[in-house]
Design a binder for this molecule. Structure first.
Ligand SMILES: Cc1cc2nc3c(=O)[nH]c(=O)nc-3n(C[C@H](O)[C@H](O)[C@H](O)COP(=O)(O)O)c2cc1C
Length: 357
């Protein structure tokens, strides 16, 4: 199957790219991911100074990752001398991630223009105003003809406005989204934050982020004509297809690999043809759609229970907020009480309930 996707004239072997983070922090790591078969490469965010990273800086459960990793712990000179020369000649596009201020970008874009096929600018630490972001796009555009992708942080108040404004200012695409924060977790043994950051705060990513990022991608794709790279919570091959169907032209993944292992990149690439086929596509680019806004529905559908699959576990009865389900040796739905909310169908552990959505 043809898995390739094209964005701003760049041909990616397939739609799965790594997201900026520790797994793309030097040449050996980038080459490892290349061997895993990713469609293109993205670097760790490089800034004018090496980051002083607090330790510990990564904490994960099976549902999320919290990090306090900042940007690259290596200075730009390290990347120039020890990373990009080793990536020369690879047959995938290389997106160089840079941050953060107008003055950083003024120094870094000319320095890396010959190494990059495209640039991605992190807007993570520049606040919620669009002004510093506009300044970054304008400064970057002055120094490069290569595609410019602006990476959106999910705390930006209006993602659609972000996409519109960066497009008008000269950017070519949006990457949505970065991790969300600040967040705080208490470790189950110590009751304290496991992170070494000031205050113990971090940024959350991984599966819990997917509904947030997917909504942002979808909204941008519905309202603005601009390429979008979807990022946030990808951990299985179906997640990739969800993003493509939400209008993403490609996707990036990091936390899935931090939770389940670095081999996940290769597994997802290998599973893509079947996953696309299951949704009726014969190429990856066929799945990329400009989403149409969905109208609200008000008609109630009642749940149907397949007693062949039902294990009588009673979870549907316990969770039903309308007290409409009773489980004895069968499942009885009180049709007058049922609100058609959908909770039982979404929570049934053996998919024995259908019909509500
Ligand atoms: C440990 C860690 C380090 C990260 N470092 C960067 C970074 O340097 N630059 C950046 O733009 N995003 C960074 N991110 C955010 C990711 O690139 C990505 O946008 C976010 O984690 C959501 O995707 P995911 O759920 O697949 O991880 C980092 C995330 C994590 C977990």
């Amino acid at each position: 199957m043809d898995l390739s996707v094209e964005i701003c004239g760049l041909k990616f072997k397939n739609p799965l790219l790594p997201a900026s983070g520790p797994l793309v922090g030097d040449a050996d790591k980038l080459l490892y991911l290349y061997e895993q078969g990713v469609g293109g490469l993205v670097t760790k965010t490089i800034s004018t100074k090496a980051a002083k990273v607090p330790r510990p800086c990564i904490y994960a459960t099976k549902d999320f990752v919290i990090n306090a990793e900042l940007w690259s712990e290596h200075p730009p000179e390290f990347w120039k001398e020890h990373v990009f020369p080793k990536l020369k000649g690879l047959d995938v596009p290389i997106i160089v991630s840079l941050g953060y201020t107008e003055s950083d970008v003024d120094t870094l874009v000319p320095m890396f223009d010959s190494d990059a096929d495209a640039f991605e600018f992190s807007t993570h630490y520049v606040g919620k105003s669009l002004d510093p972001i506009i300044a970054v796009v304008k400064t970057a555009r002055k120094h490069t003809k290569k595609p410019i992708f602006m990476k959106l942080s999910p705390h930006m108040p209006d993602p659609v406005e972000f996409a519109r404004v960066v497009k008008e200012t000269g950017a070519d695409g949006v990457v949505a989204t970065n991790s969300l924060g600040p967040v705080y977790v208490a470790d189950k043994k110590t009751g304290k934050s496991p992170l070494g950051s000031a205050g113990g705060y971090g940024w959350i990513s991984g599966p819990v982020l997917k509904p947030i990022s997917l909504a942002i991608v979808r909204k941008i794709a519905e309202e603005v004509e601009i390429p979008v790279i979807g990022v946030g919570g990808i951990a299985k091959v179906e997640d990739v297809v969800d993003y493509l169907e939400a209008g993403a032209n490609a996707v990036q993944m990091l936390s899935g690999a931090l939770i389940f292992g670095k081999q996940l990149y290769g597994k997802i690439v290998a599973g893509l043809p079947q996953a696309l086929e299951r949704r009726g596509y014969s190429t990856a680019s066929e799945a990329i759609k400009r989403p149409v806004p969905i109208p609200a529905k008000y008609r109630r559908n009642l749940p149907r229970v397949d007693m062949e699959k039902c294990t009588l576990c009673k979870l549907c009865e316990y969770v039903c907020s309308y007290f409409a389900i009773t489980v004895t040796d069968t499942v009885v739905v009180n049709e007058d009480a049922c609100f058609g909310c959908g909770l039982c169908q979404s929570r049934c552990p053996v998919s024995a309930i259908e019909g509500v959505f």
